[in-house]
Design a protein. Structure first.
Ligand SMILES: [Zn+2]
Length: 300
């Protein structure tokens, strides 16, 4: 299907796709917000901008996951576009092997865990930002930065002319109903980001996966509910000390969550580890090594 430019206001548009790409546009120039999974997505972006007579001048990435920066390499190869990204996400974008390495607990990951859904083609980040600085100026565009960490260590929302590109801080209801285990690296910080989302006043919020929305409260509540569901389930199932593998296996069995690939296993396992680690920060669970197993138990 031929991609179309969907305008959100006079200066902001997006290309709808499994991973949306945003465009900040003025004087026939565009800053691209996230580039999709791969070179095919990048080529679609280029064709679309070309057909509208708009010249891309830079890429700004919300975070380093492959489906958000996977098109960077192609755009840099064809147009030498500068890439701007959060400071902690840069090493992962320049060395995507680190994503798989992190997911495999720091050990060299087997080949099956080094696929394009986990490792983007490497791109070079010319400029980094921290969200403390509040905004960044890119080719005359003043872009406001909304800190939304937790899903990844330094995920950042891109705010321009009343439109918020919120990356993966909010997942859709259908996704949450089906998968039950949203991927997060730091659940307490992700919870703070969801609270932050309640405070941001925007005309439209564009999640990476899904339709633009005028208000996000219902979806924020649904996303908080998804986190609470896992926390409560884990507390209910750790009266006796258990390993993450035991917990994940019973959860998937009880809740009928399909888990049959090495990628899915490590994504879910990492998310479970993030929930347990977050609950240990607030003394709801404790960890121990017993009979050479690393276990978690609720604090009674
Ligand atoms: Zn992501």
């Amino acid at each position: 299907m031929k991609p179309t430019l969907k305008w959100l206001n006079k200066e902001v548009a997006y290309m709808a796709a499994p991973v949306n790409t945003g465009f900040l546009i003025k004087n026939e120039k565009a800053v691209i917000v996230d580039t999709g999974l791969d070179k095919d997505h990048a080529k679609k972006i280029l064709r679309l901008l070309e057909s509208e007579g708009i010249r891309p001048v830079a890429i700004i990435n919300t975070h380093s996951h492959a489906d958000h920066c996977g098109g960077n390499a192609q755009l840099q190869k064809q147009l030498q576009l500068p890439v701007i990204a959060p400071v902690l996400e840069k090493p992962f974008m320049e060395n995507p092997y680190l994503e798989s390495l992190a997911l495999f607990g720091g050990a060299h990951p087997p080949a099956a865990l080094q696929n394009k859904f986990l490792q983007a083609k490497p791109s070079t980040v010319q400029e980094v930002f921290t969200t403390e600085q509040g905004s960044v100026v890119v080719d005359g565009f003043t872009i406001h930065l909304i800190p939304l960490p937790g899903h990844s260590m330094q995920q950042t929302g891109i705010f321009y002319e009343g439109i918020l590109f919120s990356a993966d801080v909010l997942l859709g209801k259908a996704y949450l109903d089906k998968h039950l285990i949203p991927f997060n690296a730091d659940v307490n910080r992700h919870r703070s980001s969801l609270e932050m989302m309640r405070e941001v006043s925007f005309d439209l919020c564009v999640p990476a996966h899904g339709e633009p929305m005028e208000q996000a409260m219902d979806l924020i509540n649904r996303n908080v509910e998804a986190l609470d569901f896992i926390d409560n389930w884990l507390l209910d199932h750790t009266h006796d000390a258990s390993t993450i593998d035991q917990l994940l296996s019973s959860f998937c069995h009880e809740q009928q969550v399909g888990l049959d690939t090495i990628s899915q296993y490590h994504l879910y396992r990492t998310a479970f580890a993030a929930h347990l680690s977050a609950m240990s920060e607030i003394n709801k669970v404790k960890h121990m090594v017993e009979e050479a197993c690393f276990k978690w138990q609720r604090v009674e």
